[in-house]
Design a protein around this ligand. Structure first.
Ligand code: SF4
Length: 478
């Protein structure tokens, strides 16, 4: 197919979805496409990202190509996420996790001194990038950068490998072990040790609290997510709970007003109680896929160690200890349709996961759906060609999630976090929280507010606008 025809089909496909699903926020449709198909940066756009929160490669790569294919050192330059807004479709700002693919039809470029998302020919919307926090310039005496210890004031991968190893154990969509290997080979990261130093984590946590205090003028609350691979046996002489417990204590009790989440395999009620006492406010037992048959295929290690029924039982019982919406399992949205054993039709896939959302939400569990990125070094992609999951799947599933969210009268997903955009905007990896926010949050309903700054000023009630993002080479006003 010629480049022109491809170009025409991207925009006409987008507009086709806008017409077919008039009640679905257009922002979510563009975001779904960007996460599914990836995107690419021109040289001008790369130059314009200087000073942004750099992509952290903190767990998975979230790229559709291996790091060795990134010839302009993109891995150390591109922003962690970006905002899309305005343009011919008058979009409101939403956050999108950077997902690199040089063959994507979506290209970020500079046109008329302005950063924009294009289909290679015409502008789809404006783009801006988050300004890096001050702590991103700091490093320890051995050269380790603070932001490689805790990314964007939030994300802490304390164990960079997983003891589920090989095709009989590793989750089939996961590239944690490969990602750690390619980071080391690139020789551009300052921290390649698989285990993070607890003292470093504690110190960077303090720095994040210090900067939050400076920013907000009071002991602002911050939120941390501790994550890493599974420990099936021991690591440095510690079992999984004891190992992760060290970091819980360091972050929870190392400063004021902190909310600390931990991501591990599902835990028994007694284990959850113990971890809660060590400082854990929230637990994410990432189940990855709801269907029993697919859970067994896609998560062989989790299935063998814990099993499908026990996993669900543990998630439900965790709510008794931690409270509603402090149990937030992730699902790899779209992996239901992975070849060759996934559902063959959108309807079957959507129906299966919708039933799971209803059951979980009825118990006060908050299921998250980060879109599947089809990373090349994963078992699923190495063993079978994996075309993009249809955009319609995400539109229908996330619409259903929104309806179930309303059915149970749940609260808006506005949360406390160091980065202001992350308090009021939805997660950058999926649209699960964009649906309720774009539909219901008062700060999204004003037709005059479109840029990240305008929306955040209204959301946070700031008397003056604050500079939160980089709009272009000359930081042009939108
Ligand atoms: S438990 Fe699964 S998803 Fe998590 S790091 Fe290990 S292999 Fe990856």
């Amino acid at each position: 197919m010629s480049a022109v025809l491809e170009t025409q089909s991207v925009v006409s496909d987008l507009e086709g979805y806008f017409r077919r699903f008039p009640d679905v926020p257009r922002e979510t449709i563009v975001k779904i496409e960007l996460l599914s198909c990836g995107h690419w940066f021109t040289d001008a756009a790369l130059a314009a990202t200087k000073g942004s929160v750099v992509k952290s490669y903190r767990l998975f790569s979230y790229d559709l190509v291996p790091m060795s294919d990134l010839k302009r050192n993109e891995a150390r330059q591109v922003p962690e996420w970006f905002y899309i807004f305005q343009g011919p479709y008058d979009l409101r700002s939403v956050m999108v996790q950077t997902t690199l693919d040089p063959s994507s039809p979506y290209v970020i470029d500079v046109v008329d001194s302005r950063l924009v998302l294009t289909d290679g020919r015409q502008v789809i919307c404006n783009v801006s990038f988050p300004v890096a926090p001050a702590y991103y310039t700091k490093s320890f005496a051995d050269g380790v950068l603070y932001h490689e210890v805790i990314a964007y004031g939030y994300f802490v991968t304390v164990f960079r490998n997983c003891q589920y190893w090989g095709p009989k154990e590793e989750c089939r969509f996961c590239d944690i072990n490969e990602n750690a290997r390619q980071m080391k080979e690139s020789r551009t990261f300052t921290l390649n040790a698989p285990v993070k130093n607890v003292d470093y984590v504690e110190e960077v946590g303090r720095e994040v609290s210090r900067e939050a205090l400076e920013r907000y003028g009071h002991q602002a609350g911050v939120r941390f997510l501790i994550t890493g691979g599974t420990i099936t046996k021991t690591l440095r002489g510690l079992g999984e709970n004891e190992f992760y417990g060290q970091y819980l204590r360091a972050l929870k009790f190392g400063g004021p007003r902190r909310h600390v989440a931990l991501q591990t395999n599902a835990k028994t009620k007694d284990e959850i109680k113990w971890l809660h006492a060590e400082g854990m406010d929230e637990h994410n037992a990432n189940m990855e896929v709801w269907d029993r048959r697919l859970f067994e295929w896609i998560n062989p290690g989790k299935n063998r160690r814990i099993g499908y029924d026990e996993w669900i039982k543990r998630m439900i019982e965790s709510v008794d200890v931690l409270g509603e919406f402090n149990v937030r399992p992730n699902f790899v949205g779209g992996v239901e349709m992975a070849k060759p054993h996934g559902f063959a039709t959108i309807k079957e896939a959507v129906d299966s996961t919708t039933a799971g959302i209803d059951l979980m939400m009825s118990h006060g569990i908050d299921p998250r759906f980060n879109q599947w990125r089809r990373e090349p070094n994963t078992n699923l992609v190495k063993e079978h060609e994996q075309p993009p999951v249809p955009t319609e799947f995400y539109i229908r599933l996330m619409s259903n999630r929104y309806e179930i969210w309303k059915k149970y009268g749940l609260t808006l997903p506005v949360k406390r976090e160091f980065e202001p955009a992350r308090c009021y905007f939805a997660n950058d990896h999926g649209t699960y929280d964009d649906f309720p926010l774009l539909k219901e949050a008062p700060y999204y309903q004003d037709p005059k507010l479109r840029t990240p700054e305008e929306i955040l000023q209204k959301a946070a009630g700031w008397p003056e606008p604050r500079k939160l993002s980089i709009h272009g080479p000359a930081d042009t006003k939108t």
